[in-house]
Design a protein around this ligand. Structure first.
Ligand code: ATP
Length: 419
């Protein structure tokens, strides 16, 4: 096993060589300080699944801040510290940032956690790696690989995470896990959907009314963060449908509907045009667009939406409801109605309605402008005032509706309008 792990840690397709160097540097420094040092969590899980690893979470039995300070002395970069939690973030020196992403890593002192009441943020105190692994969410995330000295590449797996990885199951570490922290329910759904795993049967049974009730006490920000992470996943549709079927939504907000499976394919679709996109915003738009305005506003409040997100979701629902009144309108009327709305909102309504005018707007009409500018109007002696905007928008409407199709024709129309 150990040999296998070492082989995986030296595989540049899973761990780019710069990250390997970084880990050896940290390992050497920790060994010099006699500090047992581990890499934990998603790194170990993904490595054992033969998947490229992302974040590097380093845990030490000792003072992570001291380790960070020595690393900065030796290799450069910057350190921010949290004395209370004995943790540090090392912003890597430029030798690494060119090739290592993300460009910072967490250095954490092994800790033990206790929950004052269900759903509360935990109280923590420094402890051993064993305790640190036992505070984690699932067995598959509760493994560590030791880095320092001769121990390099040793797997610590006190909760049999590797066996669960092989079986493809997500299992909590103790029966109170979801009660302590119901955000783990969302996390379980993510791992299940991402790796096509199954929730182990007693873990599934622990997503019961008692645990679900604690979701009601979570802050909007914490819940939205979990939902955002789901929408950012490749298999988000599977996950959001699963969350609905487990009865999570009514605990978040009584008006939160099931995600319409008919819309689920659109979750994984990137806009085809040059529209600023966001998978999370698209997720909420598709989810909430059929609600009435009051429902959207109340859910936006509960989930602590930014004002931009609230407006984008509202815009989708309004536009979808007004489509029947806009159908067969002239391009200028469509454009006038659509240009006040976020482009992504228009795109989402296009996806679900296939209304061609919406695509025409996004691909062509929104870019149409007359040749004439405000300066031209000034030069022609038009006194500044609301008439300026009116004339320019009449010229634009003429282009959009095919009433002019050359600069010359626009000039003739301008003369008429200024008479
Ligand atoms: P992902 O690939 O989804 O980012 P990850 O394992 O890197 O997975 P993080 O959210 O970065 O996930 O968390 C790092 C580690 O911290 C996890 O592997 C897990 O061990 C632990 N962890 C994170 N959130 C919780 C939680 N709510 N309860 C217990 N342990 C947690």
């Amino acid at each position: 096993m150990q040999k296998d792990l070492l082989r995986l840690m030296r595989d540049p397709n899973l761990l780019p060589s710069e990250k390997q160097t970084l880990l050896s540097d940290i390992a050497a420094q920790a060994a010099a300080m006699d500090m047992p040092c581990y890499i934990v969590g998603g790194f170990v899980r993904d490595l054992l699944l033969n998947k490229p690893v992302n974040d590097l979470d380093v845990i030490v039995e000792g003072d992570a801040i001291k380790l960070g300070q020595e690393l900065v002395k030796k290799y450069g970069g910057k350190l921010t510290t949290h004395q209370k939690f004995h943790t540090a973030i090392w912003y890597l020196p430029s030798t690494f940032t060119r090739s290592v992403h993300p460009s910072s890593l967490d250095l954490i002192t092994a800790r033990k956690e206790t929950y004052q009441h269900p759903g509360a943020l935990p109280a923590i105190k420094p402890s051993t790696i064993d305790d640190d692994l036992r505070r984690r969410d699932f067995t598959i995330n509760a493994m560590a690989v030791r880095l320092d000295g001769d121990h390099f590449g040793e797997l610590l797996d006190p909760l049999n995470g590797q066996a669960d990885l092989e079986k493809g199951i997500v299992r909590v570490l103790h029966p109170r896990s979801f009660m302590d922290d119901p955000t783990r329910i969302f996390r379980a759904i993510r791992y299940e959907g991402r790796y096509s795993f199954a929730l182990e049967s007693s873990t599934l049974n622990l997503i019961n009314p008692e645990a679900l009730a604690v979701i009601t006490r979570l802050s909007g920000e914490r819940i939205r963060h979990e939902l955002d992470l789901i929408f950012e996943e490749e298999n988000s549709s599977r996950m959001i449908l699963r969350a609905g079927s487990l009865g999570i939504f009514e605990r978040i907000h009584p008006d939160l509907p099931m995600f319409d499976p008919a819309y689920s394919d659109y979750l994984n679709m990137d806009p085809i045009l040059d529209i600023p996109t966001s998978r999370t915003a698209m997720g909420y738009m598709l989810w909430l667009m059929d609600l009435m305005e009051a429902g959207i506003m109340s859910i936006a409040e509960r989930l602590d939406f930014t004002s931009d997100l609230r407006y984008s979701v509202w815009a989708v629902s309004q536009l979808k409801k007004s489509l029947p009144f806009l159908v067969n309108s002239k391009p200028s009327v469509w454009t006038y109605a659509l240009e006040k709305l976020p482009e992504l909102s228009v795109y989402v309504v296009y996806l679900v309605s296939r209304e061609k005018a919406l695509l025409d707007y996004l691909s062509m009409w929104r870019h149409v402008k007359p040749h004439t500018t405000g300066n031209d109007l000034k030069a022609r002696g038009l006194p500044s005032g609301p008439r300026f905007g009116e004339v320019l928008s009449q010229l634009r409407a003429a282009w959009l509706d095919g009433e002019v199709s050359s600069e010359d024709e626009e000039g003739q129309l301008l003369i008429k309008l200024l008479k």
